[in-house]
Design a protein around this ligand. Structure first.
Ligand SMILES: C[S@@+](CC[C@H](N)C(=O)[O-])C[C@H]1O[C@@H](n2cnc3c(N)ncnc32)[C@H](O)[C@@H]1O
Length: 355
């Protein structure tokens, strides 16, 4: 599957859109905020650039990207004011894959400028916004042109479905019933992709620049542990039901796998140390409940999965069965959440580009 073409969050601002179903991701950003704030404060105090270049990678189309940027910009301004210096100009680069709904995102920039004035008073800014369509597994920016890179809930997406998953039958992700070869294929793809990601960012970030990345992960060293596999497993359940009723061909299910990897802190640390271009300043693990953000919890947890996964499912299984897959999935999620309290495990890592 060419991920670049099929992966995009549900566009627009409708009921099923990512913009309206990304409260969970917003909670994740809020919980990791202290790490990003500390990093940008330290960055500003050590480099004090006249024009501060900030990139948000995998920004998507919802309100979260500018929510992060508002935090980062106002934190940098406050650090600058404390030092009694003139406020820097700010250049903000919003990156995602070319299929992302950048139009919906750009429409919210005016509101951002108003929010920034409200937070910091009139006379601050402007911030200069730029869209950067492309994969973060390739080069996106000129050499040594960025001071700060932020990304939330994006870098757990791999560049492609790992090769070598032929025997991962009946599963759509890593699972306790996956053969060892499939688990190795997933891990190998993560190692390859994350090292490429680090290599490119190391070229683009100035010496002393910072990068803060939050991704889905796990505490355990077991890649099939429930903490990281459960949400995809519930979608696999819905698909298996439909296969058993003859609504989906078995071969279709067997040949479908999600291009995502949820590493442990040790696996993440290992890749950063192997690359050697960044020094880890902070690495934290934290949980969020699936229904952390809205009152009608289970339905939102299901809608959030749909807003993320629909484009990939439609590309593989055809748009005709989408309603039914996600209807069944919603029922399963509601049932499970009435009996247990599932959580997503998240890793946030803050690092500095060394010399
Ligand atoms: C779940 S969304 C997170 C969006 C936003 N950061 C948030 O927290 O709400 C993940 C985003 O990562 C983007 N993405 C995945 N792989 C990417 C890649 N290789 N390059 C750029 N963006 C990518 C997806 O298109 C999607 O918009």
């Amino acid at each position: 599957m060419e991920l670049v073409q099929v992966l995009h969050m549900k566009e627009g601002v409708g009921d099923a859109s990512y913009a309206n179903n990304s409260g969970l991701q917003k909670t994740v950003i809020s919980k990791a905020k202290h790490v990003a704030e500390k990093a940008i404060t330290n960055l500003y105090c050590s480099i004090m650039p006249q024009c501060l270049g900030i990139a948000e990678l995998g920004c998507s189309s919802g309100p979260n990207a500018l929510f992060v940027i508002l935090e980062l910009v106002s934190t940098a301004y406050k650090a600058c004011q404390k030092l009694g210096r003139q406020l820097p100009e700010i250049q903000v680069f919003l990156n995602d894959l070319p299929g992302n709904d950048f139009n919906t995102l750009f429409k919210t920039v005016t509101k951002f400028q108003q929010n920034l004035s409200q937070e910091m008073g009139n006379g601050v800014g402007p911030c200069y916004f730029m869209g950067v369509p492309g994969s973060f597994y390739g080069r996106l920016f000129p050499n040594r042109s960025l001071h700060f890179v932020h990304s939330s809930y994006s870098v757990h997406w791999l560049s492609q479905v790992p090769p070598g998953l032929e025997d991962n039958k009946g599963n759509i992700f890593m699972s306790s019933s996956s053969p060892p070869s499939a688990l190795m294929a997933y891990y190998a793809q993560f190692q390859k992709d994350f090292s490429v990601f680090l290599k490119h960012r190391a070229e683009e970030i100035v010496e002393g620049g910072r990068m803060v990345i939050t991704i889905m992960g796990r505490r355990s060293e077991d890649p099939t542990s429930k903490e990281c596999c459960y949400s995809w497993e519930l979608l696999a359940l819905a698909l298996r039901d439909m296969v058993s009723e003859g609504l989906i061909e078995e071969e279709k299910l067997d040949s479908f796998n999600i291009p995502q990897y949820t590493p442990s802190p040790t696996e993440m640390k290992l890749e950063i140390e192997k690359d050697g271009s960044f020094v880890i300043d902070q690495l934290e693990v934290f949980e969020v409940d699936w229904d952390c953000y809205e009152s009608d919890g289970p339905c939102n947890a299901a809608k959030c999965m749909r807003a993320v996964a629909e484009s990939m499912f439609a590309a593989h299984f055809g748009s005709g069965i989408i309603e039914e897959v996600f209807r069944r999935h919603r029922e399963i999620v509601v049932d499970r959440m009435s009996k247990e309290k599932p959580q997503y495990v998240n890793l946030v890592v803050s690092m500095t580009r060394n010399g």
